[in-house]
Ligand binder design. Sequence first.
Ligand code: PLP
Length: 376
Amino acid sequence: MMGITEPTLLLDTRKCKANIRAMVAKARRNGARLRPHFKTHQSHQIGRWFREEGIDAITVSSLRMASYFAQDGWKDITVAFPVNLPEIDTIKRLAKDITLNLTTLDADTTRRLGEQVESDVHLFIKVDLGNRRTGIPPSDTAAIDAVLAAIDVYPLLHFKGFLSHAGHSYQARSKEEVMAIHTASVAALLPLRARYGARYPNMMLAPGDTPTCSVAEDFSQMDEMRPGNFVFHDLMQCQIWGCEKERIAAVMACPVVAKHADRHEIILYGGGVHFSKDFLELEGLGRSHGELVRLERDGWRSHTPECHLTKLSQEHGTLRVDAETFQRIQIGDVLGILPVHSCMTAHAMRGYLSVEGETIDHMNGERSSIASIRHQ
Ligand code: PLP
């Protein structure tokens, strides 16, 4: 890989597009709409690859991200994050231009929203399927009824359905465990349709997390699927449900800056500010912040599953390798490292380089901010 001088997030566009096509096909087989979460890539360019596959509705995690994608022509956007009232002006502005779907979980916030909006706003109620992050437990119908009653007071507010994220699937360590979470999630969501479907015939059930959406086949009773990470996948998905490493579409390229023969450690230019500090605990290996791969002209190959980044400081990464790999690698080489959590790494890196040598935008990237300054 030529021309790389500092930590760079490489994208294998072929793998990325294959990941997109596979999830689009799964949603189609189920008659469900894929509303992919764009917080993973945060890129206009990558978003357009979804559009080429017929996707016309997306998910984001902030109003700022919603604005970024509305600028690129997306007209139906769900903000899968609780309504943030201090951003009411952005809500009002966006709701004028696009179909804006927000996420609520309490009646008071819903009323305060209803009192201020000036255009139609669609609301998902966030249900908590066991992740205990946020949301109403589906069994708490009193709380759900209170939110629905608040929505119904305001003619500009429209109930869209129930949104869930089974984030506890990230604790699973086998396909079977992921399947058990999927089965339990579906079983928890379906009674909501039984209870509210007659009153709201168009209401949707909208789950979404990459482990269940990758492993489970049956989403036929769901209306939307909302995974995000699958666009790149990462080592975490490999650990959770056995995602093949060949499907990981993003890899960090990091220059070697030092070698320590006494401990078979190689120091990379690439630390927490580049990778994020997420790690995996691997049996027999301990902590891993990423796995060494061999960079080649058209991408990378996974050759050394036992060589891992064991430590990250702000901008140093410590790669522990075997004796033969240690001899082979020289200061000044550029090494590939599969990321543990690609969403966080992409967020930290704020831009991509495709293996064909093309730069790809990111919402927070220098290139996109320069471009938006030029367009003002
Ligand atoms: N929906 C919501 C509400 C989320 O918070 C997330 C991710 O955190 C997703 C969907 C996408 O899930 P994943 O990152 O597993 O693809």
